[in-house]
Ligand binder design. Structure first.
Ligand code: OSB
Ligand code: MG
Length: 382
């Protein structure tokens, strides 16, 4: 691998209008936000990464302001003037800052992209090189649907997505929007690949209530209990037939080992943003392959930058289930990168041919997204 030396880091806080805001048990995402990380190397390569953070600390404890603060004052300075001989070198450097995985992931991703470009590789092939298995060149995907006013409204959206070609549907749930929703959807669509995501909205005392969902042939239920819990999920799983998929509470390879050891997990939703980046993601992918744990790549409504990297990761053979990586038009009227990701007839997105993440940032759209963040932000970056 050709080494790279980091010369400069540019941070771009952005907001993009969403075609359809996503309502979850923790709130509504009014627009998509992120800190986009641009890494410039002495060799003249530009790498892009995305710190997928929201204005408010609903999903993770991080926000646009905390991520920007740490990236600017702590994380970027750790990398400036450093020569890295492998993309894995970024992880221990950035791990000097504790927690704050979303902030770290954006910068780490930019290093992976720069490495791939400096070595004449697609990011998918760089991942494949370290995993020891070739990319399949495509990501099998589904779609995540927010909480709607009624079951009828939900069915309308599901039908639209099925007609577009998505073969797996994920519905967001919360107490009061769960059993009747699943029953109503199953009555009309008995065979659709269906799953639910609670985003930590239940307690272990709700086990009997959640067990009613076993009647609906769900492929999994995602993160039913607390965002930082593994132990109680291990107590819940034996009381359900439906496999538990962990999202929020698995933030590292070690968390994954613990969840496996305790029997708290039946499926992993792997989000590079949540675990601090791609080195950790590849380690976790290897654990899933070794332990035959079903695995898919999750999403944070990423811009084309994060989406491209997630597609590259999702194209690796250990990914066994459809991912939360939908086509560009499901999120944005216009993304900041080209070309857009388009859904293929077999419910897949293709890995682009270009080097690195394989999509090009459109500078004028990037500037417009920075201006929109400045105009919309209720909590300025300081
Ligand atoms: O829990 O998976 C989640 C989006 C933002 C925050 C949390 C989640 C999600 C999604 C969207 O479900 C998935 C996507 O990017 O399409
Ligand atoms: Mg989730």
């Amino acid at each position: 691998m050709q080494p790279i030396t980091i010369q400069a880091v540019h941070l771009h806080p952005v907001a993009l209008p969403l075609v359809e805001p996503l309502r979850t048990s923790f709130g509504v995402e009014p627009f998509k936000s992120a800190i986009l990380c641009e890494v410039v190397t002495k060799e003249g390569v530009i790498g892009w990464g995305e710190s997928a953070v929201a204005p408010a600390p609903g999903y993770a404890g991080e926000t646009m302001a905390t991520a920007y603060h740490l990236l600017k004052h702590f994380l970027a300075p750790l990398l400036i003037n450093k020569t890295l001989s492998s993309p894995y070198d970024a992880r221990p450097i950035l791990a000097f800052i504790r927690d704050n995985k979303h902030a770290r992931a954006g910068l780490e991703m930019a290093v992976w992209d720069a490495f791939a470009k400096a070595n004449g590789l697609r990011l998918a092939d760089l991942f494949a090189h370290y995993l020891g298995q070739p990319s399949t060149n495509r990501a099998v995907v589904g779609v995540s649907i927010g909480i709607q006013p009624s079951v009828e409204d939900t069915l309308k959206i599901i039908r639209k997505r099925l007609d577009q070609g998505y073969k797996r549907i994920k519905l967001k749930i919360e107490p009061g929007w769960d059993i009747e929703l699943a029953r109503g959807v199953r009555a009309v669509l008995p065979d659709t690949m269906l799953m639910l995501d609670a985003n930590s909205a239940y307690r272990l005392e709700d086990a009997d209530h959640l067990a009613q969902l076993d009647a609906f042939n769900l492929i999994m239920i995602e993160q039913p209990l607390a965002h930082d819990d593994i132990y109680e999920h291990s107590k819940l799983q034996p009381r359900l037939k439906t496999p538990i998929c962990l999202d929020e509470s698995v933030k590292s390879a070690n968390d994954l080992r613990l969840a496996l050891e305790l029997g708290a997990i039946g499926v992993l939703n792997l989000k590079p943003a949540r675990v601090g980046g791609f080195a950790e993601s590849l380690d976790m992918m290897a654990i899933c392959a070794e332990r035959a744990l079903p695995l898919w790549i999750g999403g944070m409504l990423e811009t084309g930058i994060g989406r491209a990297a997630n597609v590259a990761l999702a194209s690796l053979p250990p990914v066994t289930l459809p991912c939360d990586i939908s086509a560009t038009d499901r999120y944005f009227a216009q993304d900041i990168t080209e070309p857009p990701f388009v859904l293929q007839a077999d419910s897949t997105l293709s890995v682009p041919d270009g080097l690195g993440i394989g999509v090009e940032v459109q500078r004028e759209r990037l500037e417009a997204a920075v201006a929109l963040w400045q105009a919309e932000a209720d909590y300025p970056l300081g």
